[in-house]
Design a protein around this ligand. Structure first.
Ligand code: HEC
Length: 452
């Protein structure tokens, strides 16, 4: 097996190494059988000795909070009791229902498995919490949206299933692992609700107004909005949010009814937000991190500099001296993307206007970079091996930053996981019912003490 420190890129640079070649894909070339990100830390214990919990993550379709609290959902009246009260052990069945065409899925993906098994291990020492996740993936996607050279110019290419496939473009969208967590019995589902994140989990963040949901808000409605639009935060779409940030509720999820800024600030300083960690196969793994976010009125990034950025036009290409190529030939996407990520100040150089490109040459739209500040709190090491992603995370128990939850041993924290598999985005992930992470105390997942 080749190690991930190929000399052509230097040991400090990431490096997706290919060991043996298995499988093939007519359009994308041959997928790598082994991929490895950069390892910035080591686990001070032995993962094999840490108890493993297998969690079924399932496909939710368009199951929004508005659906769950409507008369159409038989659990609506007793929602405060928590999803697990009625649905524990039903994950596979719920996924099987939601993955097919039906009221919760208007646009199914052919052959999408309804659920998958995620193995979770967790531990902590005096300073850090550690996780190890393992889940099966047939074809890894360490690749996100692309630019394609058409002979005259670079055009946007790739993107998630099923949208890309419908346009006749080979899908390319990164694999991802997401974690949402809160303090016990803290954030309520809406003002006056009897349910917190402990009972209803990630579902409280999922609304009909969000992109690819039943009442997805069009750009022409967002742009004139004082908070979201051109004179405000200038968002292109609506993402995860908490209803405690809204002045009222409606059947879209009150996307436009945002409380005034001073009230949002009060909620933030009172810790009424959710912490969101996202390991990204194409936008953080190569530099050895996960992105660090938090959810309040929107899915916000932590302060500082995130591990990725995307210039509006192609501005970078691969440093041929390091990688052996300037761009990725279309016929060979999977193979090349497994070999090298486009990393600021490492494998990336400015796009040379005189460089020759062939029709079909591809470049990643996103570059990875060393994150800074609170946005760089979560280190990650992800490998694709034996048909599985194996992702380790490490974060300080207390980062000292205002956009992170403090984790205290002796406490069981409500937590939820999401897995994005097979080139999908937004709602087309697999999710969990609400769960707990016990730090040295019993939880659905129990993190055990290691080291001093
Ligand atoms: C008081 C019991 C109860 C609670 C609490 C409850 N549910 Fe349900 N839920 C049901 C029942 C009963 C059904 C109908 C099952 C069926 O049709 O097989 C259902 C159906 C569903 C479905 C399938 C919807 C469809 O397409 O038909 C989903 C998804 C679901 N619930 C998710 C949740 C989630 C997430 C929560 C927590 C936020 C939750 N439920 C809380 C009882 C409950």
């Amino acid at each position: 097996m080749m190690k991930n420190n190929s000399s052509w890129m230097g040991p400090a640079i990431v490096v997706f190494a290919i060991a043996a070649i298995v499988g093939s894909c007519a359009v994308l070339g041959v997928a790598p059988s082994e991929i490895s990100g950069q390892r910035l830390f080591s686990f001070p214990g032995d993962w094999e000795k840490i108890p493993a919990k297998t969690v079924t993550v399932f496909y939710p379709g368009q199951t929004s909070w508005q659906y769950l609290t409507s008369a159409a959902h038989p659990g609506a009246q007793a929602i405060d009791a928590g999803c697990a009260t009625c649905h524990a052990g039903q994950e596979k069945a719920l996924g099987a229902k939601s993955v097919q065409a039906g009221p919760r899925e208007t646009d199914p993906i052919d052959g999408k498995p309804p659920s998958l098994d995620l193995t979770v291990r967790a531990a902590y020492d005096a300073e850090f919490v550690y996780f190890q996740f393992r889940w099966p993936t047939k074809v890894p996607h360490p690749v996100h949206t692309l630019w394609r050279y058409d002979g005259k110019q670079w055009v946007a290419w790739g993107g998630p299933k099923p949208d890309a496939s419908k346009k006749g473009i080979p899908p390319s969208y990164e694999d991802r692992l997401a974690i949402l967590l809160d303090d016990p019995n803290n954030v309520t589902a809406y003002d006056g609700s009897g349910a917190t994140f402990s009972q209803v989990g990630c579902w409280m963040t999922c609304h009909s107004s969000m992109r690819a949901m039943p009442k997805d808000v069009p750009r022409k409605a967002i742009d004139p909005h004082p908070y979201w639009g051109e004179k405000g935060r200038r968002v292109g779409d609506i993402r995860k949010y908490l209803l405690i940030t809204r002045t009222a509720q409606d059947d879209s999820g009150a996307w436009d009814k945002v409380k005034p800024a001073e009230e949002l600030n009060k909620l933030k300083s009172a810790g009424k937000y959710l912490d969101l960690w996202q390991w990204r196969a194409a936008r953080s793994n190569a530099v050895g991190y996960a992105s660090d976010d938090w959810v309040l009125e929107y899915r916000n990034g932590d302060a500082g500099r995130s591990p990725f950025f995307n210039p509006p036009k192609p501005q970078f290409m691969y440093d041929e001296k390091l990688t052996g190529f300037r761009a990725i030939p279309e016929s060979d996407l999977a193979t090349h993307m497994g070999k090298a990520a486009l990393i600021e100040k490492k494998t990336a150089v400015a796009l040379d206007p005189n460089a020759k490109f062939a029709v079909g040459d591809l470049l990643p739209q996103y570059l990875q970079r060393e994150p800074e500040g609170s946005a760089g709190d979560i280190q990650a090491y992800g490998r694709y091996v034996d048909g599985h992603w194996v992702v380790e995370l490490r974060r300080k128990l207390n980062t000292g930053n205002a956009d992170d939850k403090v984790l205290r041993p002796g406490t069981a924290y409500p937590i939820g996981f999401g897995i994005f598999d097979d080139a999908v985005s937004n709602r087309r992930h697999y999710v969990t019912l609400p769960m707990t992470l016990g730090l040295g105390v019993k939880g659905d997942i129990t993190a055990v003490k290691v080291g001093p």
